[in-house]
Design a protein around this ligand. Structure first.
Ligand SMILES: NC(=O)c1ccc[n+]([C@@H]2O[C@H](COP(=O)([O-])OP(=O)(O)OC[C@H]3O[C@@H](n4cnc5c(N)ncnc54)[C@H](O)[C@@H]3O)[C@@H](O)[C@H]2O)c1
Ligand SMILES: O=C(O)[C@H](O)COP(=O)(O)O
Length: 526
Protein backbone atom coordinates (compact mmCIF):
# COMPACT_ATOMS: atom_id res chain seq x y z
CA UNK A 1 0.00 0.00 0.00
CA UNK A 2 1.24 3.50 -0.82
CA UNK A 3 2.41 5.68 2.09
CA UNK A 4 1.55 9.35 2.51
CA UNK A 5 3.25 11.68 4.97
CA UNK A 6 1.21 14.65 6.18
CA UNK A 7 3.72 17.03 7.75
CA UNK A 8 1.53 20.07 8.53
CA UNK A 9 -1.84 20.30 10.14
CA UNK A 10 -4.55 19.68 7.52
CA UNK A 11 -8.27 19.15 7.82
CA UNK A 12 -9.53 15.65 8.61
CA UNK A 13 -11.57 15.66 5.36
CA UNK A 14 -8.29 15.35 3.46
CA UNK A 15 -6.95 12.57 5.67
CA UNK A 16 -10.13 10.55 5.07
CA UNK A 17 -9.66 10.74 1.29
CA UNK A 18 -6.00 9.75 1.50
CA UNK A 19 -6.80 6.84 3.80
CA UNK A 20 -8.92 5.24 1.07
CA UNK A 21 -5.80 4.52 -0.98
CA UNK A 22 -2.80 4.79 1.32
CA UNK A 23 -1.34 4.43 4.77
CA UNK A 24 -1.34 7.97 6.17
CA UNK A 25 1.26 9.09 8.72
CA UNK A 26 0.79 12.50 10.36
CA UNK A 27 4.06 13.91 11.67
CA UNK A 28 4.17 17.66 12.11
CA UNK A 29 6.97 19.95 13.24
CA UNK A 30 9.77 17.91 11.62
CA UNK A 31 13.17 19.54 11.14
CA UNK A 32 14.81 19.41 7.70
CA UNK A 33 17.05 16.55 8.88
CA UNK A 34 14.15 14.61 10.38
CA UNK A 35 12.12 15.00 7.20
CA UNK A 36 15.11 14.03 5.03
CA UNK A 37 15.62 10.89 7.10
CA UNK A 38 12.07 9.59 6.71
CA UNK A 39 11.06 10.89 3.27
CA UNK A 40 12.49 7.88 1.33
CA UNK A 41 9.67 5.75 2.83
CA UNK A 42 6.92 7.86 1.30
CA UNK A 43 5.08 7.97 -2.02
CA UNK A 44 3.38 11.29 -1.31
CA UNK A 45 3.84 14.30 0.94
CA UNK A 46 1.04 16.65 1.98
CA UNK A 47 2.01 20.03 3.43
CA UNK A 48 0.91 23.60 4.14
CA UNK A 49 3.30 26.54 4.49
CA UNK A 50 5.03 25.18 7.59
CA UNK A 51 7.09 22.40 5.98
CA UNK A 52 10.11 23.52 3.97
CA UNK A 53 10.61 20.99 1.19
CA UNK A 54 14.21 21.86 0.40
CA UNK A 55 16.55 20.51 -2.27
CA UNK A 56 18.08 18.25 0.37
CA UNK A 57 14.70 16.73 1.25
CA UNK A 58 13.87 16.20 -2.43
CA UNK A 59 17.24 14.58 -3.15
CA UNK A 60 16.43 11.97 -0.51
CA UNK A 61 12.84 11.46 -1.69
CA UNK A 62 13.52 8.41 -3.85
CA UNK A 63 9.96 7.08 -3.82
CA UNK A 64 8.07 10.35 -3.78
CA UNK A 65 5.61 10.81 -6.63
CA UNK A 66 3.73 13.89 -5.51
CA UNK A 67 3.97 16.85 -3.14
CA UNK A 68 0.53 18.28 -2.37
CA UNK A 69 0.41 21.83 -1.00
CA UNK A 70 -2.91 22.32 0.81
CA UNK A 71 -3.03 26.00 -0.12
CA UNK A 72 -1.78 28.33 -2.85
CA UNK A 73 1.87 29.33 -2.34
CA UNK A 74 4.49 26.72 -3.26
CA UNK A 75 7.40 28.98 -2.33
CA UNK A 76 8.25 26.57 0.49
CA UNK A 77 8.84 23.79 -2.06
CA UNK A 78 11.99 23.60 -4.21
CA UNK A 79 9.87 23.05 -7.32
CA UNK A 80 12.83 22.94 -9.75
CA UNK A 81 14.38 20.02 -7.84
CA UNK A 82 11.03 18.25 -7.66
CA UNK A 83 10.57 18.62 -11.42
CA UNK A 84 14.05 17.27 -12.10
CA UNK A 85 13.31 14.28 -9.89
CA UNK A 86 10.00 13.70 -11.63
CA UNK A 87 7.85 14.60 -8.64
CA UNK A 88 4.53 16.30 -9.38
CA UNK A 89 3.84 19.37 -7.25
CA UNK A 90 0.16 20.26 -6.86
CA UNK A 91 -1.64 22.98 -4.96
CA UNK A 92 -5.15 24.24 -4.35
CA UNK A 93 -5.27 27.47 -6.32
CA UNK A 94 -8.75 28.54 -5.26
CA UNK A 95 -9.57 26.75 -2.03
CA UNK A 96 -8.57 29.64 0.26
CA UNK A 97 -9.14 32.64 -2.03
CA UNK A 98 -12.13 33.98 -0.11
CA UNK A 99 -10.49 33.36 3.27
CA UNK A 100 -7.36 35.30 2.31
CA UNK A 101 -9.35 38.12 0.72
CA UNK A 102 -11.58 38.43 3.79
CA UNK A 103 -8.52 38.50 6.04
CA UNK A 104 -7.09 41.41 4.05
CA UNK A 105 -10.44 43.21 4.27
CA UNK A 106 -10.61 42.49 8.01
CA UNK A 107 -7.13 43.98 8.35
CA UNK A 108 -8.24 47.10 6.47
CA UNK A 109 -11.28 47.61 8.70
CA UNK A 110 -9.30 46.78 11.83
CA UNK A 111 -6.74 49.45 10.91
CA UNK A 112 -9.39 52.02 10.08
CA UNK A 113 -11.36 51.43 13.34
CA UNK A 114 -8.51 50.49 15.72
CA UNK A 115 -10.33 47.29 16.63
CA UNK A 116 -7.35 45.40 18.15
CA UNK A 117 -6.30 48.29 20.42
CA UNK A 118 -9.82 49.23 21.42
CA UNK A 119 -10.41 45.59 22.36
CA UNK A 120 -7.22 45.50 24.45
CA UNK A 121 -8.21 48.73 26.13
CA UNK A 122 -11.67 47.49 27.18
CA UNK A 123 -10.23 44.16 28.34
CA UNK A 124 -7.72 46.19 30.35
CA UNK A 125 -10.60 47.75 32.29
CA UNK A 126 -10.86 51.09 30.46
CA UNK A 127 -13.77 52.77 28.71
CA UNK A 128 -11.85 55.10 26.41
CA UNK A 129 -13.96 56.34 23.51
CA UNK A 130 -11.78 59.30 22.55
CA UNK A 131 -8.56 57.56 21.58
CA UNK A 132 -10.15 55.36 18.96
CA UNK A 133 -11.76 57.73 16.52
CA UNK A 134 -11.58 55.89 13.24
CA UNK A 135 -11.96 56.76 9.61
CA UNK A 136 -14.41 55.42 7.04
CA UNK A 137 -13.33 53.46 4.04
CA UNK A 138 -16.33 54.72 2.09
CA UNK A 139 -15.18 57.00 -0.77
CA UNK A 140 -11.54 56.28 0.03
CA UNK A 141 -9.10 54.88 -2.53
CA UNK A 142 -8.00 51.29 -2.25
CA UNK A 143 -4.86 50.33 -4.18
CA UNK A 144 -4.74 46.61 -5.04
CA UNK A 145 -1.32 45.28 -6.03
CA UNK A 146 -1.95 42.01 -7.90
CA UNK A 147 -5.40 41.61 -9.44
CA UNK A 148 -5.45 37.81 -9.42
CA UNK A 149 -7.93 35.63 -7.57
CA UNK A 150 -7.58 37.19 -4.12
CA UNK A 151 -6.93 40.75 -5.34
CA UNK A 152 -10.05 40.60 -7.54
CA UNK A 153 -12.26 39.56 -4.64
CA UNK A 154 -10.83 42.30 -2.44
CA UNK A 155 -11.44 44.80 -5.25
CA UNK A 156 -15.06 43.65 -5.67
CA UNK A 157 -15.82 43.95 -1.94
CA UNK A 158 -13.95 47.27 -1.73
CA UNK A 159 -16.07 48.54 -4.61
CA UNK A 160 -19.23 47.36 -2.84
CA UNK A 161 -18.14 49.37 0.23
CA UNK A 162 -18.03 52.50 -1.90
CA UNK A 163 -14.26 52.64 -2.41
CA UNK A 164 -12.48 53.79 -5.54
CA UNK A 165 -10.21 50.96 -6.69
CA UNK A 166 -6.80 51.45 -8.28
CA UNK A 167 -4.95 48.33 -9.36
CA UNK A 168 -1.42 47.50 -10.41
CA UNK A 169 -0.89 44.20 -12.24
CA UNK A 170 1.19 44.16 -15.41
CA UNK A 171 -0.27 40.80 -16.43
CA UNK A 172 -3.97 41.74 -16.29
CA UNK A 173 -5.91 43.04 -19.26
CA UNK A 174 -7.69 46.37 -19.35
CA UNK A 175 -10.89 44.42 -20.07
CA UNK A 176 -10.58 42.43 -16.82
CA UNK A 177 -9.85 45.60 -14.85
CA UNK A 178 -12.90 47.26 -16.41
CA UNK A 179 -15.07 44.26 -15.49
CA UNK A 180 -13.97 44.68 -11.87
CA UNK A 181 -14.47 48.44 -11.96
CA UNK A 182 -10.76 49.07 -11.29
CA UNK A 183 -8.49 51.67 -12.79
CA UNK A 184 -5.16 50.17 -13.85
CA UNK A 185 -2.30 52.45 -12.85
CA UNK A 186 1.44 52.11 -12.40
CA UNK A 187 2.88 51.31 -9.01
CA UNK A 188 4.03 54.88 -8.28
CA UNK A 189 0.56 56.31 -8.86
CA UNK A 190 -1.02 53.55 -6.81
CA UNK A 191 1.32 54.33 -3.92
CA UNK A 192 0.87 58.08 -4.06
CA UNK A 193 -2.92 58.14 -4.53
CA UNK A 194 -4.22 55.30 -2.33
CA UNK A 195 -5.54 55.58 1.22
CA UNK A 196 -5.25 51.80 1.67
CA UNK A 197 -2.84 49.57 -0.19
CA UNK A 198 -3.23 45.80 -0.18
CA UNK A 199 -0.76 43.31 -1.66
CA UNK A 200 -1.91 40.17 -3.48
CA UNK A 201 1.08 39.08 -5.54
CA UNK A 202 3.32 36.05 -5.32
CA UNK A 203 6.81 36.34 -3.87
CA UNK A 204 9.21 36.05 -6.79
CA UNK A 205 12.65 37.42 -7.64
CA UNK A 206 10.84 40.45 -9.12
CA UNK A 207 8.56 41.08 -6.15
CA UNK A 208 11.08 40.55 -3.33
CA UNK A 209 11.31 43.89 -1.50
CA UNK A 210 9.11 45.44 -4.20
CA UNK A 211 7.78 47.62 -1.42
CA UNK A 212 10.81 49.41 -0.01
CA UNK A 213 11.80 52.75 1.54
CA UNK A 214 11.25 54.58 -1.78
CA UNK A 215 7.75 53.19 -2.36
CA UNK A 216 6.74 53.71 1.28
CA UNK A 217 7.95 57.32 1.01
CA UNK A 218 5.42 57.89 -1.78
CA UNK A 219 2.45 56.98 0.45
CA UNK A 220 0.10 59.66 1.82
CA UNK A 221 0.83 60.43 5.50
CA UNK A 222 -2.39 58.80 6.72
CA UNK A 223 -2.31 55.85 4.23
CA UNK A 224 -2.14 52.24 5.43
CA UNK A 225 -0.60 49.18 3.88
CA UNK A 226 -1.69 45.55 4.24
CA UNK A 227 0.27 42.45 3.34
CA UNK A 228 -1.63 39.16 3.41
CA UNK A 229 0.33 37.80 0.43
CA UNK A 230 3.90 36.80 1.23
CA UNK A 231 6.59 37.95 3.61
CA UNK A 232 9.59 39.55 1.95
CA UNK A 233 7.50 41.55 -0.55
CA UNK A 234 7.73 44.47 1.90
CA UNK A 235 11.19 45.35 3.19
CA UNK A 236 10.50 44.94 6.93
CA UNK A 237 13.33 47.25 8.05
CA UNK A 238 12.08 50.02 5.78
CA UNK A 239 8.52 49.50 7.02
CA UNK A 240 9.68 49.64 10.65
CA UNK A 241 11.51 52.96 10.10
CA UNK A 242 8.56 54.43 8.19
CA UNK A 243 6.09 53.49 10.93
CA UNK A 244 8.41 54.48 13.76
CA UNK A 245 8.79 57.93 12.27
CA UNK A 246 5.02 58.15 11.80
CA UNK A 247 5.36 58.77 8.06
CA UNK A 248 2.32 56.64 7.16
CA UNK A 249 -0.92 55.83 8.96
CA UNK A 250 -0.29 52.16 9.68
CA UNK A 251 0.34 48.65 8.46
CA UNK A 252 -1.16 45.21 8.91
CA UNK A 253 0.92 42.13 8.23
CA UNK A 254 -0.15 38.50 8.13
CA UNK A 255 3.07 37.24 6.53
CA UNK A 256 6.74 37.78 7.29
CA UNK A 257 10.12 37.39 5.62
CA UNK A 258 10.91 34.65 8.10
CA UNK A 259 8.20 32.51 9.67
CA UNK A 260 7.44 31.87 12.44
CA UNK A 261 8.24 35.50 13.23
CA UNK A 262 11.09 35.47 15.71
CA UNK A 263 12.55 38.48 17.45
CA UNK A 264 11.47 41.44 15.38
CA UNK A 265 11.47 45.19 15.79
CA UNK A 266 7.97 45.13 14.28
CA UNK A 267 6.68 43.71 17.59
CA UNK A 268 7.92 46.85 19.36
CA UNK A 269 5.72 49.21 17.36
CA UNK A 270 2.54 50.63 18.90
CA UNK A 271 -1.02 50.79 17.68
CA UNK A 272 -0.04 51.67 14.10
CA UNK A 273 0.66 48.04 13.26
CA UNK A 274 -1.43 44.87 13.39
CA UNK A 275 0.33 41.51 13.21
CA UNK A 276 -1.34 38.13 12.67
CA UNK A 277 0.45 34.78 12.46
CA UNK A 278 -0.20 33.85 8.81
CA UNK A 279 -3.93 33.39 9.31
CA UNK A 280 -5.11 34.33 5.82
CA UNK A 281 -6.17 30.78 4.93
CA UNK A 282 -7.22 29.83 8.42
CA UNK A 283 -10.97 29.50 8.12
CA UNK A 284 -12.84 26.27 8.65
CA UNK A 285 -14.23 26.50 5.12
CA UNK A 286 -10.89 27.16 3.42
CA UNK A 287 -9.17 24.36 5.31
CA UNK A 288 -11.82 21.84 4.24
CA UNK A 289 -11.60 23.12 0.64
CA UNK A 290 -7.82 22.91 0.35
CA UNK A 291 -7.53 19.59 2.18
CA UNK A 292 -10.12 17.92 -0.09
CA UNK A 293 -8.73 19.53 -3.24
CA UNK A 294 -5.17 18.40 -2.58
CA UNK A 295 -5.97 14.99 -1.06
CA UNK A 296 -8.05 14.13 -4.15
CA UNK A 297 -5.11 15.03 -6.37
CA UNK A 298 -2.71 12.93 -4.30
CA UNK A 299 -5.16 10.02 -4.44
CA UNK A 300 -5.50 10.36 -8.21
CA UNK A 301 -1.76 10.51 -8.84
CA UNK A 302 -1.20 7.46 -6.62
CA UNK A 303 -3.82 5.68 -8.73
CA UNK A 304 -1.97 6.67 -11.90
CA UNK A 305 -4.41 9.43 -12.91
CA UNK A 306 -3.44 13.02 -13.77
CA UNK A 307 -3.58 15.86 -11.24
CA UNK A 308 -5.81 18.82 -12.04
CA UNK A 309 -3.67 21.59 -10.47
CA UNK A 310 -0.09 20.57 -11.01
CA UNK A 311 2.29 23.51 -10.89
CA UNK A 312 5.13 21.75 -12.70
CA UNK A 313 3.24 19.97 -15.50
CA UNK A 314 0.39 21.39 -17.57
CA UNK A 315 -2.98 20.73 -15.95
CA UNK A 316 -5.51 19.11 -18.26
CA UNK A 317 -9.26 19.24 -18.08
CA UNK A 318 -10.84 15.80 -17.62
CA UNK A 319 -12.40 15.83 -21.12
CA UNK A 320 -9.09 16.64 -22.83
CA UNK A 321 -7.37 13.97 -20.73
CA UNK A 322 -10.07 11.45 -21.65
CA UNK A 323 -9.39 12.10 -25.36
CA UNK A 324 -5.60 12.05 -25.01
CA UNK A 325 -5.03 9.12 -22.65
CA UNK A 326 -4.92 6.35 -25.34
CA UNK A 327 -2.73 8.54 -27.55
CA UNK A 328 -0.29 9.12 -24.67
CA UNK A 329 0.38 5.38 -24.74
CA UNK A 330 0.80 5.53 -28.51
CA UNK A 331 3.21 8.50 -28.35
CA UNK A 332 5.25 6.84 -25.62
CA UNK A 333 5.48 3.54 -27.52
CA UNK A 334 6.55 5.29 -30.73
CA UNK A 335 9.10 7.40 -28.79
CA UNK A 336 10.52 4.23 -27.29
CA UNK A 337 10.63 2.56 -30.73
CA UNK A 338 12.24 5.43 -32.63
CA UNK A 339 14.72 5.95 -29.77
CA UNK A 340 15.87 2.33 -30.06
CA UNK A 341 16.12 2.53 -33.85
CA UNK A 342 18.06 5.82 -33.76
CA UNK A 343 20.58 4.45 -31.26
CA UNK A 344 22.39 6.26 -28.47
CA UNK A 345 22.98 10.00 -28.17
CA UNK A 346 19.80 11.12 -29.91
CA UNK A 347 20.42 14.64 -31.19
CA UNK A 348 16.95 15.57 -32.34
CA UNK A 349 13.35 14.47 -32.23
CA UNK A 350 10.70 15.71 -34.62
CA UNK A 351 7.18 15.10 -33.32
CA UNK A 352 4.43 15.57 -35.89
CA UNK A 353 0.86 15.39 -34.59
CA UNK A 354 -1.53 14.57 -37.41
CA UNK A 355 -5.25 14.69 -38.06
CA UNK A 356 -7.38 15.65 -35.07
CA UNK A 357 -4.29 15.56 -32.84
CA UNK A 358 -2.97 18.67 -34.57
CA UNK A 359 -4.41 21.08 -32.01
CA UNK A 360 -2.73 22.72 -29.06
CA UNK A 361 -4.47 20.60 -26.44
CA UNK A 362 -2.35 17.69 -27.71
CA UNK A 363 0.87 19.16 -26.31
CA UNK A 364 1.15 16.37 -23.66
CA UNK A 365 1.69 13.93 -26.56
CA UNK A 366 5.00 15.67 -27.25
CA UNK A 367 6.01 15.09 -23.62
CA UNK A 368 4.87 11.47 -23.86
CA UNK A 369 7.01 11.00 -27.01
CA UNK A 370 10.04 12.37 -25.16
CA UNK A 371 9.31 10.12 -22.19
CA UNK A 372 9.25 7.10 -24.51
CA UNK A 373 12.42 8.22 -26.26
CA UNK A 374 14.30 8.61 -22.97
CA UNK A 375 12.93 5.50 -21.30
CA UNK A 376 15.72 3.31 -22.70
CA UNK A 377 18.35 5.42 -20.96
CA UNK A 378 16.47 6.57 -17.88
CA UNK A 379 14.01 3.70 -17.27
CA UNK A 380 11.53 4.61 -14.53
CA UNK A 381 13.47 7.81 -13.69
CA UNK A 382 11.79 9.60 -16.58
CA UNK A 383 8.14 10.60 -16.35
CA UNK A 384 5.75 13.24 -17.66
CA UNK A 385 7.07 15.77 -15.16
CA UNK A 386 10.77 15.64 -16.02
CA UNK A 387 10.84 14.33 -19.62
CA UNK A 388 11.13 17.78 -21.23
CA UNK A 389 13.81 18.95 -18.79
CA UNK A 390 15.81 15.71 -19.15
CA UNK A 391 15.65 15.96 -22.95
CA UNK A 392 16.80 19.58 -22.85
CA UNK A 393 19.68 18.72 -20.56
CA UNK A 394 20.77 16.00 -22.96
CA UNK A 395 20.81 18.57 -25.77
CA UNK A 396 18.00 16.85 -27.71
CA UNK A 397 16.68 19.36 -30.22
CA UNK A 398 12.90 19.10 -30.20
CA UNK A 399 10.86 20.09 -33.24
CA UNK A 400 7.08 20.01 -33.01
CA UNK A 401 4.91 20.14 -36.09
CA UNK A 402 1.22 19.69 -36.63
CA UNK A 403 -0.68 18.68 -39.76
CA UNK A 404 -4.45 18.51 -39.55
CA UNK A 405 -4.74 17.50 -43.22
CA UNK A 406 -3.15 14.04 -42.80
CA UNK A 407 -6.16 11.87 -42.12
CA UNK A 408 -4.95 8.29 -42.68
CA UNK A 409 -6.17 6.43 -39.57
CA UNK A 410 -7.81 9.83 -38.76
CA UNK A 411 -5.26 10.59 -36.01
CA UNK A 412 -1.65 9.57 -36.15
CA UNK A 413 1.71 10.50 -34.68
CA UNK A 414 4.91 10.67 -36.71
CA UNK A 415 8.29 10.70 -34.93
CA UNK A 416 11.66 11.17 -36.53
CA UNK A 417 14.87 10.88 -34.50
CA UNK A 418 18.51 11.35 -35.34
CA UNK A 419 21.03 9.38 -33.27
CA UNK A 420 24.21 7.35 -33.56
CA UNK A 421 22.42 4.89 -35.88
CA UNK A 422 21.26 7.66 -38.23
CA UNK A 423 17.83 9.09 -38.97
CA UNK A 424 14.79 6.91 -38.35
CA UNK A 425 11.10 7.65 -38.58
CA UNK A 426 8.02 5.84 -37.34
CA UNK A 427 4.31 6.53 -37.58
CA UNK A 428 1.60 5.03 -35.42
CA UNK A 429 -2.12 5.20 -34.96
CA UNK A 430 -4.92 3.66 -32.91
CA UNK A 431 -7.48 1.21 -34.22
CA UNK A 432 -11.13 1.70 -33.27
CA UNK A 433 -10.72 -0.60 -30.29
CA UNK A 434 -7.76 1.46 -29.00
CA UNK A 435 -5.11 -1.05 -30.13
CA UNK A 436 -1.82 0.51 -31.20
CA UNK A 437 -0.62 0.01 -34.76
CA UNK A 438 2.81 0.91 -36.10
CA UNK A 439 1.86 2.17 -39.56
CA UNK A 440 5.20 3.07 -41.08
CA UNK A 441 8.91 2.51 -40.49
CA UNK A 442 11.34 4.82 -42.25
CA UNK A 443 8.60 5.67 -44.72
CA UNK A 444 7.73 2.03 -45.53
CA UNK A 445 4.06 1.27 -44.89
CA UNK A 446 3.43 -1.53 -42.36
CA UNK A 447 0.57 -2.45 -40.07
CA UNK A 448 1.90 -4.19 -36.96
CA UNK A 449 1.11 -4.06 -33.26
CA UNK A 450 4.03 -3.34 -30.94
CA UNK A 451 5.49 -6.44 -29.28
CA UNK A 452 7.81 -7.00 -26.33
CA UNK A 453 10.52 -8.33 -28.70
CA UNK A 454 10.83 -7.21 -32.28
CA UNK A 455 13.30 -7.45 -35.12
CA UNK A 456 13.46 -4.96 -37.98
CA UNK A 457 15.52 -5.42 -41.12
CA UNK A 458 16.14 -3.05 -43.99
CA UNK A 459 16.88 -4.98 -47.13
CA UNK A 460 16.57 -5.16 -50.90
CA UNK A 461 13.24 -6.60 -52.01
CA UNK A 462 14.67 -9.63 -53.85
CA UNK A 463 13.57 -13.29 -53.68
CA UNK A 464 15.02 -15.50 -50.95
CA UNK A 465 15.96 -12.95 -48.27
CA UNK A 466 12.92 -13.52 -46.06
CA UNK A 467 13.39 -17.29 -46.26
CA UNK A 468 17.07 -16.99 -45.32
CA UNK A 469 16.31 -14.81 -42.29
CA UNK A 470 13.50 -17.18 -41.27
CA UNK A 471 15.73 -20.25 -41.36
CA UNK A 472 18.55 -18.38 -39.58
CA UNK A 473 16.17 -17.56 -36.73
CA UNK A 474 14.99 -21.17 -36.74
CA UNK A 475 18.59 -22.35 -36.37
CA UNK A 476 18.88 -20.20 -33.24
CA UNK A 477 15.57 -21.55 -31.94
CA UNK A 478 13.85 -18.14 -32.23
CA UNK A 479 10.08 -18.49 -32.56
CA UNK A 480 8.45 -15.95 -34.91
CA UNK A 481 5.01 -14.75 -33.78
CA UNK A 482 4.29 -12.56 -36.82
CA UNK A 483 6.05 -11.17 -39.84
CA UNK A 484 5.33 -8.37 -42.25
CA UNK A 485 7.16 -6.75 -45.15
CA UNK A 486 6.68 -3.14 -46.18
CA UNK A 487 7.90 -1.76 -49.47
CA UNK A 488 7.29 1.25 -51.63
CA UNK A 489 8.12 -0.24 -55.02
CA UNK A 490 8.53 -3.83 -56.17
CA UNK A 491 12.17 -4.99 -55.95
CA UNK A 492 13.23 -1.72 -54.36
CA UNK A 493 14.13 -1.22 -50.71
CA UNK A 494 11.95 -2.88 -48.10
CA UNK A 495 11.53 -3.22 -44.36
CA UNK A 496 10.70 -6.46 -42.57
CA UNK A 497 9.11 -6.39 -39.12
CA UNK A 498 9.15 -9.56 -37.05
CA UNK A 499 7.57 -10.09 -33.66
CA UNK A 500 9.42 -12.80 -31.78
CA UNK A 501 8.52 -14.64 -28.61
CA UNK A 502 11.83 -14.15 -26.76
CA UNK A 503 14.75 -11.74 -26.82
CA UNK A 504 17.03 -12.29 -29.82
CA UNK A 505 19.97 -14.45 -28.62
CA UNK A 506 23.49 -12.97 -28.70
CA UNK A 507 25.19 -13.36 -32.05
CA UNK A 508 22.06 -13.57 -34.25
CA UNK A 509 22.04 -9.94 -35.38
CA UNK A 510 25.56 -10.09 -36.92
CA UNK A 511 24.50 -13.24 -38.80
CA UNK A 512 21.40 -11.50 -40.16
CA UNK A 513 23.56 -8.60 -41.32
CA UNK A 514 25.68 -11.05 -43.28
CA UNK A 515 22.66 -12.18 -45.37
CA UNK A 516 23.10 -10.78 -48.85
CA UNK A 517 20.76 -7.84 -49.57
CA UNK A 518 20.24 -6.97 -45.88
CA UNK A 519 21.43 -3.40 -45.33
CA UNK A 520 20.59 -3.01 -41.65
CA UNK A 521 18.94 -4.85 -38.78
CA UNK A 522 17.71 -3.77 -35.36
CA UNK A 523 16.29 -5.47 -32.32
CA UNK A 524 13.74 -3.53 -30.33
CA UNK A 525 11.98 -4.29 -27.11
CA UNK A 526 8.72 -2.46 -26.38
N1 LIG B 1 -1.90 34.89 3.94
C1 LIG B 1 -2.31 33.76 3.51
O1 LIG B 1 -2.59 32.85 4.28
C2 LIG B 1 -2.50 33.54 2.05
C3 LIG B 1 -3.54 32.70 1.59
C4 LIG B 1 -3.68 32.47 0.24
C5 LIG B 1 -2.80 33.05 -0.66
N2 LIG B 1 -1.80 33.84 -0.19
C6 LIG B 1 -0.88 34.48 -1.12
O2 LIG B 1 -1.57 35.52 -1.80
C7 LIG B 1 -0.94 35.79 -3.04
C8 LIG B 1 -1.97 35.94 -4.14
O3 LIG B 1 -2.66 34.73 -4.32
P1 LIG B 1 -3.72 34.55 -5.51
O4 LIG B 1 -4.38 33.24 -5.27
O5 LIG B 1 -4.55 35.76 -5.66
O6 LIG B 1 -2.72 34.43 -6.73
P2 LIG B 1 -3.03 34.70 -8.26
O7 LIG B 1 -1.99 33.99 -9.02
O8 LIG B 1 -4.45 34.45 -8.58
O9 LIG B 1 -2.78 36.27 -8.41
C9 LIG B 1 -1.53 36.85 -8.33
C10 LIG B 1 -1.54 38.08 -9.23
O10 LIG B 1 -0.30 38.75 -9.07
C11 LIG B 1 0.06 39.26 -10.33
N3 LIG B 1 1.49 39.54 -10.35
C12 LIG B 1 2.51 38.66 -10.48
N4 LIG B 1 3.69 39.33 -10.44
C13 LIG B 1 3.37 40.63 -10.26
C14 LIG B 1 4.15 41.80 -10.14
N5 LIG B 1 5.49 41.76 -10.21
N6 LIG B 1 3.52 42.97 -9.96
C15 LIG B 1 2.17 43.03 -9.91
N7 LIG B 1 1.37 41.95 -10.03
C16 LIG B 1 1.98 40.77 -10.21
C17 LIG B 1 -0.37 38.21 -11.32
O11 LIG B 1 -0.54 38.74 -12.59
C18 LIG B 1 -1.67 37.74 -10.71
O12 LIG B 1 -2.78 38.42 -11.28
C19 LIG B 1 0.07 34.67 -3.22
O13 LIG B 1 1.33 35.14 -2.81
C20 LIG B 1 -0.38 33.61 -2.24
O14 LIG B 1 0.67 32.78 -1.84
C21 LIG B 1 -1.63 34.09 1.13
O1 LIG C 1 -0.36 30.26 0.18
C1 LIG C 1 -1.29 29.96 0.92
O2 LIG C 1 -2.20 29.18 0.59
C2 LIG C 1 -1.34 30.58 2.26
O3 LIG C 1 -0.17 31.22 2.56
C3 LIG C 1 -1.82 29.67 3.34
O4 LIG C 1 -0.80 29.07 4.06
P1 LIG C 1 -1.18 27.97 5.17
O5 LIG C 1 -1.74 26.80 4.45
O6 LIG C 1 0.09 27.63 5.87
O7 LIG C 1 -2.18 28.58 6.08
Amino acid sequence: MAKVLVSDSVDEAGIKILSQVAQVDIKTGLSEDELTAIIPEYDALMIRSGTKVTEKVIQAADNLKIIGRAGVGVDNVHVASATRKGIVVVNSPEGNTIAAAEHALAMMLSLSRHIPDANQSVKGGKWDRKSYIGSEVYKKTLGVVGLGKIGSHVAKVGKAMGMKILAYDPFISQERANQLGCTLVDLDILFSESDYITLHIPKTKETANLINAQSLAKMKPHARIINCARGGIIDEDALYETLKEGKIGGAALDVFASEPLGESKLRELGNNIILTPHLGASTAEAQVNVAIDVAEQIRDVLLGLPARSAVNIPGLSPDVMEKLRPYMRLAETLGNLVGQLAGDRVESLNVKLQGDLADNSSQPLVTASLKGLLSKALRERVNYVNAAIEAKERGIHLVETRDATIKDYSNSIYLEAVGTKGTHAVTGALLNDGEIRITSINGFPVNVPPNAYMLFTLHRDVPGIIGKIGSLLGNFNVNIASMQVGRKIVRGDAVMVLSIDDPLPEGVLPEILKVGGVTDAYTVSL
